[in-house]
Design a protein around this ligand. Sequence first.
Ligand code: FES
Length: 109
Amino acid sequence: MAKPEKMIFVCNKQRPAGHPRGSCAEKGAMDLPMAFSEALDSKNLFAKVSLATTGCLGPCHLGPLALVMPGNVWYKGLTKGDVNDIVSEHIEGGKPVERLIVTDEDWDN
Ligand code: FES
């Protein structure tokens, strides 16, 4: 396998119901890896882009979260409906999807 040009990390952390931090999994994150896989596959990007599920990335209140590298672009509140935009506009087109980006203000709250 060639070195990937980009990496997508998708938080799939699960916590028990009622946990004070919640989790990306309880907000629908478990559907995201397959959605990303299908979107990457449909555009034949799988050889250039690596996709990985992760544990907690940190700011759980903003989840479901994904991180795209290089660029250190963090996406928040993701649904399956957002995945095609990220793959088309950012992964393929090189322009991050502004409406989904975690801002500095988000991090502080
Ligand atoms: S559980 Fe996903 S960022 Fe913490």
